[in-house]
Design a protein around this ligand. Structure first.
Ligand code: SF4
Length: 387
């Protein structure tokens, strides 16, 4: 790489997004490795600290940034009552310039969604709900130790629609032990029939330290057969494409115009600021993250300090690796942009490493993207490019 001409496109001309982490859940799901605490502590106290963090951030940056996305993630943000949410939204309004067409998402658990809350959420500006359905099969919900049934998921979807929120995303998981192709077809068919504008479908991951991984290690459960896993993946792609969903990222499918603006920032190196324990921020070439320890989080804020645990300055090489990993999973690589920013002819590299380039890639002038077969083997393909 030519370090003298180091010029990275951070997309700073695009507006940043905000991520707010609400780290409480009623029960810890079997497979989950997100940071969340099951003792739902005093939410009012948490919210007081969260808004203080926003105020300290504004003072330290001495700038009122314009933003166009807000994402309440967790944990279970649908545990916030409208009063809590109002306090947070007012603080954001005082400390940022909120673009009028902002996408404002709140993650919700079907087991905690109150109709009355929903109406107030909408009044407070929430215009997108991401609902953690995971599956419409009650046996599989029990296996995952979710706190809700499939009936509650359908009720939650009806409540969201009655409120008039017209941007609904649902999360689904596939690749569960004992899952059959028929089960998965049914999940996808219900998801498309209820007309979710956006579907995130994740292959079950056995994260280290989770009860799920321990059960696997003890031989209490078995991985599904590779051949079946491949069938589940292609069923996903085919059924959603037949129902006019576009796969705009490896695990994300949307009806036209409903791609997640917030999550796209992560894949395009657009800045974002995180608040709440364990949240991450990315600004210019620095990635920083907050402490996960709730007591340290509270004591930092009491001392008027941002609860940042650590940060890393990404080198040109780190950014190149991230660009390949993130954009190949999403909209694809722009050969000219990569050449200009990193002095690497990525098309030439790919052609050398994959003589049968059309087997996995689609080349459209300067844009290099991957086809359905390539998407299934995405991790192996990325490794081969980066090696
Ligand atoms: S509801 Fe979500 S964040 Fe909470 S334990 Fe379950 S998967 Fe994890």
């Amino acid at each position: 790489m030519n370090s003298q001409n180091f010029k990275i496109n951070f997309n700073v001309d695009k507006l940043p997004g905000l991520y707010l982490h609400v780290p409480f859940c009623i029960h810890k799901c079997f497979y989950c490795d997100f940071f969340s605490l099951t003792q739902v502590q005093d939410l009012d106290y948490f919210v007081q600290n969260l808004v203080q963090e926003i105020i300290i951030f504004k003072k330290e940056h001495n700038t009122k940034y314009a933003i166009d996305t807000i994402y309440f993630g967790g944990g279970t943000p649908s545990l916030l009552n409208p009063k809590n949410l109002e306090i947070i939204m007012r603080t954001l309004d005082d400390n940022f310039i909120l673009n009028p067409s902002s996408e404002i998402t709140l993650e919700a658990n079907p087991g905690t969604l109150e109709s009355l809350y929903l109406q107030d959420y909408k009044k407070l500006g929430i215009n997108r709900i991401s609902l953690g359905v995971q599956t419409f099969n009650d046996n599989q919900l029990k296996f995952l130790q979710r706190i809700h049934t499939s009936e509650q998921s359908i009720e939650a979807i009806n409540k969201i629609r009655e409120t008039g929120i017209d941007n609904l995303s649902i999360d689904l998981i596939y690749g569960l032990p004992n899952q059959t192709l028929e089960n998965w077809k049914t999940d996808l068919s219900i998801a498309t029939q209820i007309g979710a504008e956006h579907i995130s479908a994740y292959n079950l991951i056995y994260e280290d330290g989770t009860p799920l991984k321990k059960a696997l290690q003890k031989g209490k459960i078995k991985l599904i057969d590779e051949e079946l896993e491949e069938k589940l993946y292609f069923e996903l792609i085919n059924q959603l494409s037949e129902n006019q969903y576009v796969q705009y990222e490896i695990s994300n499918f949307a009806k036209k115009g409903f791609e997640s603006k917030h999550n796209s920032k992560y894949w395009e190196h657009i800045p974002y600021f995180g608040f709440g324990p364990s949240s991450h921020s990315f600004f210019k070439n620095i990635r920083s993250w907050n402490t996960k320890k709730i007591n340290n989080y509270y004591s930092s804020i009491e001392n008027h300090k941002l609860p940042v645990e650590n940060k890393e300055i990404l080198t040109k090489s780190d950014l190149f690796i991230e660009r390949i990993m993130l954009q190949l999973r999403a909209k694809g690589l722009n050969n000219n942009e990569i050449l200009k920013e990193f002095d690497i002819d990525i098309l030439k590299v790919i052609k050398e490493k994959f003589p049968e380039i059309n087997e996995y890639f689609i080349i459209n002038e300067n844009l290099i993207s991957i086809n359905a077969k390539g998407k299934y083997l995405i991790n192996e393909i990325i490794l081969k490019i980066l090696n």
